[in-house]
Design a protein around this ligand. Sequence first.
Ligand code: ATP
Length: 531
Amino acid sequence: MDMDKLVSLCKRRGFLFQSSEIYGGLNGFWDYGPLGVELKRNIKEAWWQDMISGHNELLISNGAPCEHQMVGIDCSIIMHPQVWKCSGHYDLFHDFMVDCKESKKRYRHDQVRGRWALAKEQRVFIATQSGGDEGLQETEQKALKFFNLRAKSLEEISWDGPLVSLITITDFDKVLGPDAKAIGTLTPPREFNLMFKTIVGAMGGEESSAFLRPETAQGIFVNFKNVVDSTRVKIPFGIAQIGKSFRNEITPRNFTFRSREFEQMEIEFFCHPSQSPEWYKYWRDRRYKWYTDLGLSSSRLQLRDHDKDELSHYSCGTADIEYAFPFLPPGEFGELEGIAHRGDFDLKSHMEGKLVRSGDELVVELGEDGKPKHRGSGKDLRYFNDQTRERFIPHVIEPSAGADRGTLAFLCEAYFEEEIEGETRVVLRLNPRIAPVKAAIFPLVNKDGMPEKAKAIYGDLKKEFAVYFDDGGAIGRRYRRQDEIGTPICITVDGQTNQDDTVTWRDRDTLQQKRIPIQGLKEELRNLLKS
Ligand code: ATP
């Protein structure tokens, strides 16, 4: 699939716009248009419905069914700065960046790759930001320019190994930066904290600085006790939140995939430590199935368990759900969601202070003065089981999904072009549950009472469904307009409607048409949305 075509469809039909476009846009920020907002809202609502309000799943543990409750929460974006000190974000939430002294551009260290080229007795690491075939071609072109060779002299360059990450390179003086003409212009990697800083109140000093949350999860942890005390939830249970998060990404790119402002759908699931491996597996599988049920094909989706050395120091398991986005080189996947076993790290940190590993144990990190580097809240966040009389810090399983990456994956998966009767039909095969418009209603022609009848059907269906009315242009063109935005059904009022109160029902994917009574439309649409 050609990503440029999807991007242009998104703009043309009002799914996504560049933020502040009339001022030239702002890198890393996006606006959802009238159709995009519906699509993303449907995805978030499907998640909330399936994971929280409508959930009625059981985990079979040791042969016995184990129920669990799910509740929601909606926390503020700006929180007490101490939250980020104890969570580790203040000290550790950074990427490494390199600057180019020549082009003045900044890159994420791990996103620059390249390969060694040898010609005219000089060995140079030719860097690029692209991967796969594109990366190979770019490095070829750059090497020809650098060594001052013509295209037909390409064989004078010998290549030493495949594209590798800049992380593996130590001799920066031999690196030709992605946008540089001379070698040795990249600075050594430096840390860059990804949290956006802001000032709270009118005083404006350093002591009033705060951060926009880089994840929604911490709001859940700091409210754990509030939820337990104010509701009747019993462990195991989950708290869910959907909301905006902010990360000052060094190189936002790939459409909405890496943005600086994005939405997350996160669950923190609290359970007894002895049951946490089982719950980890449960959530990992359940979340993968959610994507396939909503239409992502398993050939482009993968569940990847992290290697031991990739795991955070407190985690006994993390898996990513990844999608083969078309803008990535073949064989590469991008993360849609991470499911992490977080142990008791978060609650314990908010009780005692920021934790670090010491041998096999997690201990409070001490500053140079021997006192805790970042003090916790001092509140007792343990859970008390009134039946077993046990008091413990629950373990946490965290399925953390991105609503924007999910939306983008569903769009990529749905986009098809097909030849029909010599014409190209663009169709978004979105699952009806998430399609922005469920049905479009047309009068076949604008006479003989058809528009009035179609308007009446539209008005009635609109009370329950997201429907659209269109009486402009030839019927074929109206079908195409709906196919392109993923509307599963088109309903047409025609000459026969006046005689027998039936309409045509046309299916977006099969293109089959059938006649159904107006009375039966709601039932048919309800069935469609259940599928
Ligand atoms: P990446 O490695 O791609 O930066 P991450 O591992 O830092 O992602 P998490 O901290 O696990 O991401 O965040 C959970 C989810 O939030 C991700 O799976 C993704 O869907 C979403 N997300 C994270 N960063 C961004 C971003 N910059 N733009 C859009 N979505 C994001």
